[in-house]
Every structure is written in structure tokens, then in C-alpha cells.
Design a protein around this ligand. Structure first.
Ligand SMILES: [Zn+2]
Length: 336
């Protein structure tokens, strides 16, 4: 992989500020541990071994390699006090030996969270929270961006996607990523109309499978906590009030029934929230809700719009393509 100029600048700055021989190391704002009760909430999606990586269709921003994740956990264990969701909610966020608190979260409920991430979390004895889009759990269905990326490999389907997306007002693009970005920002029902030929044209989840309820239950017994991520994963800022309330309460109820644990945490799909959506989350009885706005969560910050650092392979590896503590520190100190 050739690094873009942006990546090259990031590598150089990370090395200068946080590398072992970094010349500005002493002056760099370290992971900002001195702020009282600051929590670094990390947001991940998929953790894949090489075989899973070959079969998956997710965008690079959704994915981290298992070997990188293992190194990340080692780094977190050494530099942070990794807390559970229960500790986060009870306000127990004190640093320990100068190590700030950190909460590990996953969005969506991908099967690889069970097959690949869970054994590594157990090995490192670190707690984590998974936000489930409950309508997909225990089914053969997967998310529309993965379906779109899979359909993109078929020229006939690709042409259909193009035509229909342009008719729906998207600008013509050559990269599927740009189509996905355009198709994200609309009510789910409208998108379903546009993408129907695609969903009819391709089959089940294949390499993009979601968790079963049995897998989730096994993880719950081992201490993994679960939160809601709606039922069907719509961007809530584009949906009407009744839909938002239904998505919130149904997903919560399903998790509570299936896993027999109270659900108090929510993660906004794609991080999309506004004051009305936030109010509905509060009405639905959630104690905290997570966005994808980058930054540290501080003691006085709103618990219904908690910031998170989204992490994927590209933002924690260095020039050589392997996990880099310097690049990760840079990401967590600067949000880039
Ligand atoms: Zn999501």
C-alpha cells in the first residue's frame, strides 16, 4: 500500500512527537491523562483474520486486522485503565497510576466480534461493549453498504446502482465509496427503493455475517456488555419521530429479552444525532449514548452525546504497515 501525502505527514508528525527517538517527545501533549475523569472511548467495527478479510466487503474504515487489534490491546493494557461500561456509567473513571480510563466499544454486531475479537479480549482480560443493530442479529442479512460493495463486482448490477442513484439525486462517481456516502444521507425507506434490484440480485451475508443471539449470549456470560444500535440501522436524523422511538425501544427490548441484561447504553448509527433525536434517546430511558465525534469524554460532558475515537487499521499502523504506538498516541492526542 502506498501512503498518501496525508498519511506521510501523519507518520512524520507521530514519529516526531511520540516515536522512541522523537525529538519533540518531551514537549508533546501526551495522552492527556491529567484531566480528571477523562475517558478515551474507542469505537471499532470489524476485527478480521486473513481468511475473513478475503471474504469481507466492508470499507477500510470499518476494519482492523486481528494482529493489529492484538497489539492495540497490549498497548491499551499498558497505557490505560480499561474500564467496563458499568464503571463508565457509575462514574468510576479515575485514572490508575497515571493511566487514564478507556472504554472499548464495537458497533453493529459483526460475527467477527465473536470469532476474532472476543478471544483476544479474553486473553488480555479487557472488558468491551458491543452495540447491536438487533434486526440483523441471528439472521442471514447484512448491511446495505456491504451488499452494495459486493454487487459492485457485477457489471450489470453496478450499472443499475449507478442509474438509480443518479435518478435519486446522487452525483455520478467512479468509486463505490462515494455512492455509499451519498446513499447514506436519506430516509431508509427511500434508500431501500433505490437499492431493491441490488438486494434482490445478491444472496445472504456470506463474508459479512452478523452475530447470532447464542454467540452474543456466550459473550454476555463472559462479561461483554451490550448496548442498542437501533433495529435496522437507519440514520435517525432522517427518520420521523415514530420511527425513531420504535427503533430505540424495540432494539432495547430485544436485547433485554434475549440476553437478560439491562440495556442502558446506545450508539447512534453513523453517529448521527440532533437535539430531537437526543431527546428521544433520553425518553427511551438510555443513560448514555455514543457519537462518532472525535475527542475525550470529560466529567462534565453530556452523557447522551459521548465522543469516541473511531479506530480502524489505517489510523493505528505506521509506515511499515504494522501497529504503531506512536501513530496511535498521535490519533488519541489529536483525533487525526
Ligand atoms: Zn453502525
Amino acid at each position: 500500500m502506498r501512503a498518501s501525502w496525508r498519511q506521510r505527514i501523519r507518520f512524520a508528525l507521530a514519529e516526531l512527537l511520540y516515536g522512541s527517538s522523537g525529538r519533540l517527545r518531551r514537549a508533546a501533549p501526551v495522552i492527556r491523562s491529567r484531566r480528571p475523569n477523562a475517558v478515551y472511548v474507542l469505537g471499532l467495527h470489524r476485527i478480521l483474520n486473513p481468511e475473513q478479510q478475503r471474504r469481507a466487503h466492508s470499507l477500510p474504515g470499518m476494519v482492523m486486522r486481528a494482529t493489529t487489534f492484538a497489539r492495540l490491546l497490549e498497548f491499551l493494557g499498558q497505557n490505560f485503565r480499561v474500564i467496563s461500561l458499568d464503571e463508565f456509567l457509575s462514574g468510576d473513571r479515575e485514572p490508575s497510576n497515571g493511566r487514564p480510563a478507556c472504554l472499548i466499544t464495537f458497533d453493529d454486531g459483526w460475527r467477527d466480534n465473536y470469532t476474532t475479537a472476543f478471544p483476544l479480549l479474553l486473553q488480555h482480560r479487557l472488558p468491551a461493549t458491543i452495540f447491536l443493530a438487533t434486526g440483523f442479529i441471528g439472521t442471514d442479512r447484512t448491511f446495505w453498504p456491504e451488499q452494495l460493495l459486493r454487487a459492485w463486482q457485477d457489471p450489470a448490477l453496478r450499472e443499475q446502482i449507478r442509474q438509480r442513484a443518479v435518478q435519486a439525486g446522487c452525483k455520478a462517481h467512479s468509486e463505490p465509496e462515494a455512492w455509499i456516502e451519498c446513499l447514506k444521507h436519506m430516509p431508509a425507506a427511500r434508500r431501500e427503493d433505490i437499492l431493491r434490484p441490488l438486494t434482490e440480485g445478491i444472496g445472504g451475508a456470506n463474508g459479512d455475517a452478523m452475530l447470532s443471539w447464542e454467540e452474543a449470549a456466550e459473550m454476555a456470560r463472559a462479561g461483554i456488555r451490550f448496548g442498542s444500535h437501533t433495529v435496522t440501522h437507519p440514520l435517525l436524523t432522517y427518520e420521523d419521530e415514530a420511527t425513531v422511538m420504535r427503533e430505540l425501544s424495540d432494539s432495547r427490548q430485544q436485547i433485554e429479552t434475549k440476553l437478560q441484561q439491562p440495556v442502558r447504553a446506545f450508539a447512534y448509527p453513523n453517529g448521527n444525532w440532533n437535539p430531537q433525536v437526543r431527546e428521544h434517546v433520553k425518553e427511551a430511558g438510555f443513560a448514555c449514548a455514543f457519537t462518532v465525534r472525535s475527542g475525550v469524554h470529560r466529567a462534565q460532558d453530556d452523557l447522551l452525546t459521548v465522543r469516541r475515537f473511531l479506530l480502524h487499521e489505517g489510523c493505528v499502523v505506521g509506515r511499515d504497515g504494522n501497529f504503531s504506538a506512536a501513530v496511535t498516541r498521535f490519533r488519541l492526542a489529536w483525533g487525526r
